[in-house]
Design a protein around this ligand. Structure first.
Ligand code: NAP
Length: 355
């Protein structure tokens, strides 16, 4: 059997915890090795690189940057193309545009011996869109070598639509309206903080922002055409994104039915909390290095049913945990198409019914 090597490109907000998770669950996930690419030799990042190496990951970088890394006491073992060449799956966790750039520059040259390439939310058009539990049935082993894990907020929006509207019939959603209230930057990031709430524009005439568009395209992979529209704004907080949703349904529902639906889904948590910091704090104490992997945390006190067919509420997006989980789920699907559902159960302790 060929060695299973997963290579992560990028050590930022997504890359760093992903490398850590893959190392910590290497055996359960059936991996032989985890490697990662660090782009810039920075003394400020030295501690995290050392920590990831100590957890078992092997460092790669561009050949012409080896000296820079050696100079700060870090020893790369592989150069960029060598690491991609020997990888079974590559997970690109770079910011906007670089995933596409890497695809054309490197990944397309390694289709003969690498099973698949995965990119994150910003890389629209990189490959088939994916979110765990939403469109697994749309994945096709013959065709899907490039996959885009949708953004954390698109996960949240999609799981609400799937569970509160489509569970009662694929044509049950009349209309879904959403406002994404986004934290300005992650606790790991020092730039892009906003001094006050900042509203966003609606660049997409049909869908508003990319969140509804991406969710609609995600459901398109299941041949569903949904009427979705989203708006987005950023608030001056570093804790959590919040989704405000308003679903108009064909079939009447009740608050009890909605809560039962949420409770029966393993990927969704419910909470009586209304403060983002308290939800964040729960993750800090009970998640994997501070992250819970649920797709959404629905605030029960915020739920309302109007006219029997309109559901309104708020839910928290648990930082980036849902994108991390989907990245691992689809990596395992690429490596173990018949047993990936079992393999990813090792991450079950980081899913909670109640927060
Ligand atoms: N932040 C979130 O909460 C979140 C949630 C879900 C999805 N995402 C998605 O995840 C992706 C990454 O976002 P992020 O927030 O993790 O970014 P980030 O924190 O800015 O980290 C970016 C990483 O990419 C590396 N990098 C930059 N240019 C590169 C290149 N040309 N080649 C190789 N590596 C390069 C950087 O390395 P150096 O520092 O060494 O230069 C850094 O480690 C984006 O698609 C984003 O939409 C983010």
């Amino acid at each position: 059997m060929s060695r299973k090597v997963v290579h992560v490109v990028g050590t930022g907000t997504i890359g760093e915890p992903l490398i850590g998770l893959l190392c910590d669950f290497k055996e359960d996930l059936g991996l032989d090795e985890v490697t990662f690419h660090k782009n810039t030799p920075l003394t400020t990042d030295r501690s995290k690189v050392r920590s990831l190496i100590s957890r078992g990951a092997r460092l790669s970088t561009h050949e012409d940057k080896f000296d820079g890394f050696n100079a700060i006491g870090l020893k790369p073992e592989l150069h960029t193309e060598e690491a991609i060449d020997r990888a079974s799956v590559v997970i690109d966790c770079t910011p906007t545009g670089f995933g596409h750039e890497n695809k054309h520059k490197y990944y397309e040259n390694y289709l003969h011996n690498t099973t698949g390439f995965i990119a994150q939310g910003s890389e629209f058009g990189f490959g088939k869109m994916y979110a765990r539990g939403i469109n697994d049935s749309a994945l096709n082993h013959e065709e899907d070598r490039f996959i885009q894990v949708v953004s954390c907020n698109t996960h949240n929006l999609s799981t609400i639509v799937k569970n509160l509207a489509l569970a009662d019939g694929e044509d049950n959603l009349v209309e879904g309206r959403f406002t994404l209230i986004r934290r300005s930057n992650d606790v790991s990031q020092s730039s892009k903080f906003v001094p006050s709430p900042q509203v966003g524009s609606h660049k997409d005439n049909d869908y508003g922002t990319h969140h509804a568009r991406d969710a609609a395209l995600l459901f398109n992979t299941l041949d569903l055409k949904l009427n979705l529209f989203s708006s987005a704004m950023i608030v001056n907080s570093q804790y959590m994104h919040i989704l405000h949703f308003h679903l108009k349904l064909k079939e009447p529902t009740t608050i009890q039915k909605v809560i039962a639906r949420l409770d029966s889904n393993d990927l969704i948590a419910t909470t009586d909390k209304v403060h983002a910091n308290e939800v964040f704090s729960f993750g800090r104490d009970h998640g994997h290095f501070g992250r819970i992997l649920n797709q959404a945390v629905v605030s029960i006190p915020s739920l309302n049913i109007r006219n029997g067919t309109e559901i309104t509420g708020f839910c928290f997006t648990p930082q980036d945990g849902n994108s991390l989980f989907s990245s691992i789920a689809v990596t395992e699907w690429l490596l173990y198409p018949h047993s990936y559902e079992n393999k990813i159960q090792c991450l079950a302790p980081f899913f909670f019914d109640e927060v």
